[in-house]
Design a protein around this ligand. Structure first.
Ligand SMILES: NC(=O)c1ccc[n+]([C@@H]2O[C@H](COP(=O)([O-])OP(=O)(O)OC[C@H]3O[C@@H](n4cnc5c(N)ncnc54)[C@H](OP(=O)(O)O)[C@@H]3O)[C@@H](O)[C@H]2O)c1
Length: 185
């Protein structure tokens, strides 16, 4: 059974990005380059899912227009499903599938693409919430950075009580604290 895993970094106060979609709070953490758990996680991933704001950020940040090879360096051949009501920017040579509508209408295609490995829900928080809404969010891995923002893009704007969430693991990863939770439907 394919697992849907929402894996992300967050501020201590539960934000993925600031109000201007900047990730400077994360990129500027001293010693952040030393974190290593993410590479192990990525090894088990067969396909990616993300919203258009997240995709646009990656596109801009990595300058994929001029350097499309950077996508492959980061994610290899893994298919990526980008949810958007608009046309998303292309990335030459990458398997990017533009989708829209309910997440349930795309589960079969996403799972076929993942080929038995995990689906990484990259973000944002509402998209992860759409999977939780239909009982198809299996795991949450949050890497907490030693930073707060006060406002910004929320980690998971849903109400999930402790009957649905169970902490499976907590560990240090470089300057970060990583918490893994299982989610029941
Ligand atoms: N800290 C981290 O590690 C981390 C991880 C992930 C993301 N981020 C950042 O956090 C921010 C997240 O932004 P966000 O919360 O706005 O979320 P997002 O999920 O990246 O993008 C939201 C947009 O995706 C589209 N969308 C979502 N669900 C859809 C559906 N079912 N059908 C069609 N379109 C759909 C909609 O835009 P349109 O229809 O207008 O396209 C929606 O406004 C970004 O700045 C991102 O870079 C940080």
């Amino acid at each position: 059974m394919v697992r849907y895993v929402y894996c992300t970094a967050s501020t201590l106060d539960g934000f993925l990005a600031d109000d201007a979609d900047s990730l400077d709070w994360l990129l500027n953490v001293p010693g952040g380059d030393g974190a290593s758990a993410f590479a192990t996680f990525l090894d088990g991933v067969g396909a990616l899912v993300m919203g258009s704001t997240t995709f646009d950020w990656v596109h801009r940040h990595e300058n994929l227009h001029d350097h499309p090879e950077r996508w492959r360096s980061a994610y290899a051949e893994r298919p990526a499903f980008v949810f958007s009501s608009r046309q998303v920017a292309p990335v030459t040579g990458a398997d990017i599938r533009h989708v829209h509508g309910t997440v349930s209408s795309h589960l079969a295609d996403i799972e076929a693409a993942a080929a038995g490995r995990d689906v990484w829900i990259v973000g944002g928080g509402d998209l992860a919430g759409q999977f939780a809404d239909i009982g198809r969010l299996d795991r949450i891995i949050v890497t907490y950075a030693p930073a707060t923002l006060g406002s910004g893009r929320p980690l998971l704007p849903r109400r999930l009580d402790s009957a649905r969430l169970r902490v499976e693991e907590a560990a240090m990863d470089g300057p970060f604290a990583q918490v893994t939770l299982s989610v029941s439907p």
